[in-house]
Design a protein around this ligand. Structure first.
Ligand SMILES: NC(=O)c1ccc[n+]([C@@H]2O[C@H](COP(=O)([O-])OP(=O)(O)OC[C@H]3O[C@@H](n4cnc5c(N)ncnc54)[C@H](O)[C@@H]3O)[C@@H](O)[C@H]2O)c1
Length: 254
């Protein structure tokens, strides 16, 4: 009998995370959506209702250790195992204004959610992942490696995730593999909760500036997540994978 994998997707109720949740459910796995937004999660529970037996929502704030501890306990209580953790939750707003005006509170909020959230979720998942020979996939960003102006907190949080990934891979191998995906521009407007969802408004130039010929889709990330947590990826750990249609490989002269 093939045992279904149990996978936690943080920030799994909207955007890239929602697509990852759907993709894994359709692949026959058990998914726990750990998200702070109950309204978005309620919509997911309804939309994914045919997978109800394989789906759990746990209201979770990844930036708070008590909430994280409760999340992991609820998932293990329901599914009796944990095979993979996808650390996707984040404040996905790169621009925070000129650094001279960036408040310490804002800086800490972004680091606490995007980076400390990955640490806390990983820390509490480790004992369960170890017993399943599991995997962690962290979602960073190409902004870990290149920047626009006024993106210090977000970029630092994502750079931290890339470094956390290789540190965890070394500490946790060979029992747990840890990898990272750094997406570029992924169009998520249609994957937000109903009251925020909009039809993507992309211009031809948005697509054509990508060497790959188009802006990214959440499915581009979801299928790599599925591969990285599969046995086919058992020799891959500590690595970062850029998915950006070649944008960060393009040389630009003005
Ligand atoms: N969309 C892109 O172009 C892009 C590019 C590179 C990296 N990323 C990264 O991918 C991830 C997902 O981005 P997205 O565009 O889908 O964002 P999104 O805003 O559409 O979704 C993020 C989800 O995370 C949840 N969340 C936020 N704070 C949380 C917290 N403290 N605890 C639990 N859940 C929380 C939100 O409720 C939401 O459901 C983020 O880490 C983002 O930085 C996105």
């Amino acid at each position: 009998m093939v045992t279904k994998k149990t996978i936690i997707v943080t920030g799994g109720a909207q955007g890239i995370g929602k697509c990852i949740s759907q993709y894994l459910l359709e692949a026959g796995e058990q998914v726990a959506i750990a998200d702070i937004d109950t309204e978005a999660a309620a919509e997911c529970l309804q939309q994914f209702s045919r997978h109800a037996e394989s789906l759990l929502f746990v209201k979770t704030d990844v930036s708070k250790e008590t909430s994280v501890r409760e999340c992991i306990a609820s998932v293990v209580e329901r599914f009796q195992r944990l095979d993979a953790l996808i650390n996707n939750a984040g404040i996905a707003q790169p621009h925070s204004g000129p650094v001279e005006n960036l408040s310490l509170e804002k800086w800490q909020e972004i680091i606490q959610t995007n980076l400390t959230g990955c640490f806390l979720m990983s820390k509490h998942a480790i004992p369960h992942l170890r017993s399943c020979k599991g995997a962690i996939v962290n979602i960073a960003s190409t902004r870990a490696f290149q920047s626009e102006k006024n993106t210090e907190a977000y970029s630092a949080s994502k750079g931290g995730i890339v470094a956390l990934t290789h540190a965890l891979a070394i500490s946790l191998g060979p029992d747990i593999r840890v990898n990272c995906i750094s997406p570029g521009w992924i169009e998520v407007s249609a994957w937000r909760k109903l009251k925020l969802a909009t039809r993507p408004q992309l211009r031809e130039i948005d697509h054509l500036q990508h060497p790959g010929g188009r802006v990214g889709k959440p499915e581009d990330v979801a299928c790599l997540v599925k591969y990285l947590i599969s046995d086919a990826a058992e020799f891959i750990t500590g690595e970062n994978f850029i998915i950006d249609g070649g944008m960060s490989k393009k040389m630009i002269y003005l």
